[in-house]
Design a protein around this ligand. Structure first.
Ligand code: KG4
Ligand code: ZN
Length: 331
C-alpha cells in the first residue's frame, strides 16, 4: 500500500511517500525555521501562510522523488492534531482536496503517534509491547505501547516540554531558535560537571519537570552574565546533562516497573547526542534494548505521518470530509 504522508502541524511543511508503512520512497521537508527565527519562536499566523505557499510544491517534490504520481497513491495520511490550528488546517484541507479530486481515501494521523511510529522505518523495528518516550517541542510524554493504537500515557512533563526547555534556555543564552541543535553542538565542547543544575524527579512516578532547570539557568545568567567561549560550552553541557540524566533515569525506571524490555526514544529532542548516548548506555546496563530513529526521522517529517496513517487505516480508521483538525488531540 502506497501512502502519501502530509505534515503541517507546526513549522515544517513535509510530505513523504512510504510503502506498506515500512519503506520510505521519498521524504521532503521544507522548514520555516529561518522565517520564525527572528521572532524567537514559531509565529502561528506566519506558519499557516507559509504552509499554504509550500505545501503543493513539497507534495510534488515527494511524488517526483519517489517516481510516483497521485494515481499510484493508495492512501493520503495527514496530521490532523495535535498542533497549531491554522497550520493543521492547511494540510487537512489539502488532503481533503486531493482526496476529492482523485477519489483516493484519506485518514487523519496523530502527530505524536507519528513520532512514536517513526521507529517502524528502522529495519529491525520493535513490535509492541514497548515503552515509548516522545520528547519534542510541545510534548514530553511516556507511553506504554501494548499494541498499535493502544497507547497508555504513564508519565509526562508537569510544565515545560523538553524541547521547550532547550528553546527557552537558548533564548536566555542569546542562541538562535530552535535551541536544541545549537546547545547540543556547544555542549559537545563543554564540561557537563561544570555547573550542577537541579534534577527535578517529582515523586515516585514517571513525570518530569523542566521549569526549575530553566529558572536555574536564568539565575546563573543573572548572577554571572551571559557566558562566552568555554564558559558557554560548559553551561550548555551542564544543562544538557541535567535534561539527559532526568529523561534517561525516568525511562529505565519505568521500563523496570512496567516490565518492558524494548524502549523507544523519539521526537525532535531525540536528535540530541547526549540524550541518545545516555539512554543507550543506561538501557544496556540494565539489559534493555534501546531503539533510536535516525536523527532525520526524529524531527517533524512526512514519513512518520505516512506510517501513523497506514497503521490507523489498518485499524479501520477512515477520514471523511467532516474531519476537523484537533489542536489538542490526545493519543
Ligand atoms: O518534534 P519536533 O521537530 O517538533 C515538535 O513536534 O515539537 O521537535 C522540535 C524540538 C525543538 O524544541 C528543538 O529545539 C528540539 O526539538 N531539537 C533538539 C535537537 N534537535 C531538535 N533538542 C535537543 N537536541 C537536538 N539536537
Ligand atoms: Zn513533532
Amino acid at each position: 500500500m502506497l501512502v502519501l504522508g502530509l505534515e503541517t502541524s507546526c513549522d515544517e511543511t513535509a510530505a513523504a511517500v512510504v510503502e506498506d508503512g515500512r519503506r520510505v520512497l521519498s521524504d521532503v521537508v521544507s522548514t520555516q525555521v529561518d522565517i520564525h527565527r527572528r521572532w524567537g519562536g514559531v509565529v502561528p499566523e506566519l506558519a499557516s501562510r507559509n504552509h499554504i505557499v509550500q505545501v503543493m510544491p513539497v507534495i510534488h517534490e515527494a511524488l517526483t522523488r519517489a517516481q510516483k504520481t497521485l494515481d499510484d497513491v493508495d492512501l493520503i495520511a495527514v496530521t490532523s492534531g495535535p498542533g497549531l490550528i491554522g497550520a493543521l488546517l492547511v494540510g487537512l484541507q489539502v488532503a481533503k482536496g486531493l482526496s476529492l479530486a482523485t477519489g483516493k481515501p484519506f485518514v487523519g494521523a496523530n502527530h505524536l503517534e507519528g513520532h512514536l511510529l517513526a521507529i517502524r522505518l528502522l529495519e529491525d523495528a520493535p513490535e509492541p509491547p514497548f515503552l515509548g518516550l516522545v520528547v519534542s517541542g510541545g510534548h514530553t510524554s511516556l507511553y506504554d505501547v501494548q499494541a498499535f493504537g493502544h497507547y497508555k500515557l504513564v508519565g509526562s512533563t508537569r510544565d515545560d516540554a523538553a524541547g521547550e526547555a532547550y528553546d527557552k534556555t537558548a533564548r536566555i543564552l542569546g542562541l538562535p531558535y530552535p535551541g536544541g541543535q545549537p546547545i547540543d553542538e556547544l555542549a559537545k565542547k563543554g564540561d557537563p560537571a561544570a555547573i550542577r543544575f537541579p534534577r527535578a524527579l517529582p515523586g515516585d512516578n514517571f513525570d518530569v519537570s523542566f521549569s526549575g532547570l530553566k529558572t536555574a539557568v536564568l539565575h546563573h545568567v543573572q548572577k554571572h552574565g551571559v557566558p562566552q567561549g568555554q564558559a558557554l560550552n560548559d553551561l550548555c553541557a551542564s544543562f544538557q546533562e541535567a535534561v539527559a540524566d532526568v529523561l534517561s533515569k525516568k525511562l529505565v525506571a519505568a521500563a523496570r516497573r512496567l516490565g518492558h524490555k524494548n524502549l523507544v526514544l523519539c521526537g525532535g529532542v531525540a536528535a540530541n547526542s547526549r540524550l541518545r548516548a545516555l539512554c543507550q548506555q543506561r538501557a544496556e546496563e540494565r539489559g534493555l534494548r534501546m531503539f533510536l530513529p535516525p536523527v532525520r526521522l526524529c524531527t517533524d517529517n512526512g514519513a512518520m505521518i505516512a506510517v501513523a496513517g497506514y497503521e490507523a487505516w489498518r485499524r479501520g480508521l477512515r477520514g471523511d470530509f467532516r474531519l476537523a483538525a484537533d489542536p489538542a488531540w490526545r493519543m
